[in-house]
Design a protein around this ligand. Structure first.
Ligand code: TYD
Length: 205
């Protein structure tokens, strides 16, 4: 069986981590092997990079932030994503290159061309079969955000609005699917399954 690479994306508080676990479970129950993973921090080196990136009081300049995300991603692709795909497993990742385009590009204002180029290098050109953006209103995102906010969650409302706008704009340009994430977990999960079935012809209901 050939594995598919599916990426779930969205702003902080979009509920995508729950949806990644749910989608991987549904793929498994339809008889497929599925690996649920995440960025940043899924490998040993990545976990160290994640600590640097999320530490509340760290001063990380935007270019360093983009390069650290890409460094984490390079480890992730080589250690987890490619080996899983190579043995025929599906990979469902909580964030991938689209996060860098939305946060470092949209949020921080770095050139999208450069973020794209660095990430092509970091990933060896590995692109997902499907990107699904879980789109939530600012009200819902705020309510779901952590009680102990990390460096990104402490950013201004304007930063988070730029990230959300970037996701919407990029989704239209790059044929990413957008799912309304304001509903309850089961409803959003059903919407995610419907997109997977429509776009990839895989029954994950
Ligand atoms: P994540 O662990 O997904 O946090 P959450 O579960 O709260 O959404 O990601 C941590 C933060 O890192 C998140 O605020 C988004 C940010 N991020 C980027 O800015 N660029 C990236 O390329 C990635 C992967 C994450």
């Amino acid at each position: 069986m050939v594995g598919v690479f599916i990426v779930l994306e969205g702003a902080d508080g979009s509920g995508k981590s729950t949806q990644v676990a749910r989608l991987a479970e549904r793929l498994r129950s339809s008889g497929r092997e599925a690996v649920a993973t995440f960025e940043p921090g899924a490998t040993p080196v990545g976990a160290a990079v994640r600590n640097v990136l999320l530490e509340r009081d760290a001063h990380v300049v935007p270019i360093a932030e983009a390069l650290l995300m890409a460094a984490d991603r390079a480890q992730h692709v080589v250690e987890i994503v490619r080996p899983a795909l190579a043995r025929g497993a599906d990979v469902v990742s909580d964030r991938y290159v689209p996060s860098s385009l939305a946060y470092q590009g949209g949020g921080r204002g770095l050139s999208l061309e450069l973020v794209d180029a660095v990430n092509r290098w970091a990933t060896g050109g590995l692109t997902p079969d499907l990107v699904i953006v879980i789109d939530v209103s600012e009200r819902v995102a705020r309510a779901r955000r952590d009680a102990a906010p990390d460096r990104f969650e402490r950013e201004s409302a304007e930063f988070h609005a730029r990230v959300r706008d970037a996701y919407r704009k990029l989704a239209a340009e790059r044929a990413w699917a957008v799912v309304d994430g304001d509903a309850d977990v089961d409803t959003v999960a059903a919407r995610v399954s419907a997109v997977v079935s429509e776009r990839l012809g895989i029954d994950a209901s």
